[in-house]
Write a protein that binds this ligand. Structure first.
Ligand SMILES: Cc1cc2nc3c(=O)[nH]c(=O)nc-3n(C[C@H](O)[C@H](O)[C@H](O)COP(=O)(O)OP(=O)(O)OC[C@H]3O[C@@H](n4cnc5c(N)ncnc54)[C@H](O)[C@@H]3O)c2cc1C
Length: 329
């Protein structure tokens, strides 16, 4: 029986959220294809992490333990995953479209004489020929390509926040330790220094306060930041997001942009202030659990998708919200 293999990613001993999305996607297509599922975990001292992944109902968890896998080194990881793929011959390898995934996927596909399809936003199975159908935005998001690969194992990267998270399962996976031949000699790039860059990781926010072209000035954006800070003080991880015109005007950096060409998010609460709800914005946030819209136009799209809507000028509402949060803190 074939297998869909998920490349697990972790940070400081915890599973990265996109890995749970990969697991969910893998289970869906594996069940339609009638094949098995497995996760591949590389690292140093990863017994605990392997046990954690084993709780998500995959058939197997493959463990590759070596001190060389402690930090991500592309040369080493690609060589190790290549060995695993040549031994196991999976139907497909699902990888997050993360920094790590973007480096691994094309290199791995080249070494396996196969094909990488990157940045996919949905997957399905064509039951006629049992191939995996992949959808990905192209031409800057103006069209969606529908693709199938004619070679295996196909390498697929999935955009973050486009798939639901896998839920814990009582069916524990079998954990298999795989041998791997790897040495420092294959490292062609030496990492001299790792620098922590201050970027906003919107996909990690529990609450996003997002502003659009309806916000009159970059000064007014400070109100949104103040509100986010107060929510943070109250204990929720709140961040400021925005629509694309705000980035184009230079009021916010691009890591704040939500949408098709920004970050796809699915926070607990998404507060959309002065955002009309263009399709390119909506696809990036419509999976938020609760959407609250503040907009002067009662007919705008954002109010149609919102769970709660306030048809009003934001300058009438945000200062009151800030005052209320200050009173509560
Ligand atoms: C290929 C492509 C990719 C794109 N990718 C993205 C993307 O990733 N993310 C993205 O956001 N956009 C993207 N866009 C742009 C997108 O099409 C829209 O132009 C953009 O989302 C509109 O932003 P907005 O809603 O802030 O502005 P507008 O559409 O101008 O809406 C402003 C809103 O503010 C309201 N408003 C005005 N004054 C007030 C007030 N005082 N109080 C309350 N409400 C008020 C108005 O009623 C209106 O609804 C993309 C476009 C293309 C072509």
């Amino acid at each position: 029986m074939g297998e869909i293999l998920v490349l697990a990613e972790s940070k400081e001993g915890s599973l990265e959220k996109p890995t749970l999305e990969l697991i969910h996607a893998a289970k869906g297509i594996a069940s339609d294809l009638g094949v098995g599922t497995a996760a591949l975990l590389l690292g140093d001292s990863i017994t605990e992490l392997s046990n954690e992944i084993a709780g998500y109902g995959l058939d197997k968890v493959y463990m590759l333990e070596n001190s060389l896998f402690k930090d991500f080194i592309g040369d080493v990881w690609v060589a190790a995953i290549e060995q695993v793929c040549k031994n196991l011959n999976p139907d497909a390898v699902l990888i997050s479209h993360s920094d790590i995934g973007r480096e691994i996927a094309p290199r791995l596909a080249y070494r396996l004489n196969s094909i990488a399809t990157t940045d996919c936003i949905s997957l399905s199975v064509n039951q006629d020929d049992k191939t995996i159908i992949k959808n990905k935005p192209i031409y800057g998001g103006n069209a969606i390509a529908v693709l199938k690969s004619l070679k295996q194992p196909e390498i697929i990267t999935l955009r973050k926040n486009c798939f639901p998270l896998a839920e814990a399962s009582s069916d524990k996976s079998e954990i298999v330790e795989l041998p791997v031949e790897i040495s420092q000699d294959i490292v062609k790039v030496e990492i001299l220094e790792r620098k922590q860059v201050d970027t906003v990781e919107l996909d990690k926010a529990e609450v996003i306060i997002s502003g659009g072209r309806g916000i009159a000035s970059d000064e007014d954006f400070k109100m949104l930041e103040q509100l986010a800070d107060l929510i943070k003080k109250a204990g929720a991880n709140a961040m400021v997001g925005c629509s694309r015109p705000i980035v184009d005007m230079g009021w916010m950096s691009s890591d704040h942009q939500v949408g098709l060409t920004g970050t796809m998010v699915a926070p607990g609460i998404y507060l959309a202030i002065g955002i009309s709800g263009a399709i390119q914005h909506l696809v990036g946030m419509v999976r938020s659990k609760k959407i609250i819209a503040i907009n002067t136009d009662p007919g705008c799209n954002m109010l149609k998708v919102a769970d709660y809507g306030l048809v009003d000028d934001y300058t009438e509402i945000i200062p009151h919200l800030i005052k209320k949060m200050e009173e509560l803190s």
